[in-house]
Design a protein around this ligand. Structure first.
Ligand SMILES: [Fe+2]
Length: 213
């Protein structure tokens, strides 16, 4: 990828998808004979999904990439507005899951179906959101932005391999949290490296019909 800003966005999407996919797989399997590890890990994953997008990822999209592409593409502008409108719903969903997990842990399996159903809905919601950015907004950016725009964007993104530079430097706390999640995850989840496997999810239906309500 020629533009470091887009590479950063791809990598962050990949880490988010990896955590979402792992949560789905974990909950499908259930706590088995290690409930403490299971619930600790899910709690860490939910916390990551609550914090990292808002405090790191979306800042770069909302303040840097999206305004640049929206200024030059009506298609992107319309979609970016819809995505921004859906963010509040995403936050509500993750906060509900953070409350519903201890209910399952402390009150038992009678609370599992609600958590499972809401987690599936949340994962689908987030994957749709990311896919719309990947399949529509980023291609539009690559189509309409000029070399001077990219120079400015890449400079503002900074060198994301280092915790310095750019307007929103990489926060090592989140890398450590991701590493901790990966370290405690079963190897079979494949969370040890960034891994975007779109086929692991149901087909993207909402892309053709606008965002899910
Ligand atoms: Fe994104």
């Amino acid at each position: 990828m020629k533009h470091s800003s887009i590479r950063v966005i791809h990598e962050e999407h990949a880490s988010l998808i990896a955590v979402l996919r792992s949560m789905n797989l974990m909950v499908e399997r259930g706590p088995e004979d290690r409930p403490e590890v299971f619930f600790d890990l899910l709690r860490a994953m939910l916390f990551y999904m609550d914090e990292f997008p808002e405090k790191q990822h979306q800042l770069k999209e909302d303040e840097l990439l999206f305004p640049a592409v929206a200024a030059r593409s009506a298609v992107a502008r319309e979609l970016i507005d819809k995505l921004a409108g859906a963010r509040a719903l995403g936050r509500r969903k993750i906060q509900e899951l953070q409350q519903q997990l201890p209910a399952w842990e402390m009150l038992g399996d009678s609370r599992r179906p609600l958590f499972e159903a809401n987690l599936r809905s949340y994962v689908e919601f987030c994957v749709d959101h990311i896919q719309l950015e990947e399949k529509i907004v980023i291609p539009e950016a690559l189509r309409v932005l000029k070399e001077a725009d990219w120079l400015q964007l890449d400079a503002n993104f900074g060198n994301q391999g280092e915790p310095v530079g750019g307007r929103y430097p990489r926060e090592p706390l989140y890398d450590r949290l991701y590493a901790r999640i990966a370290m405690h995850s079963p190897a079979s989840l494949g969370l040890g490296r960034y891994h975007t496997d779109w086929t692991a999810f149901s087909p993207l239906q909402s892309a053709a019909h606008g965002m899910r309500a």
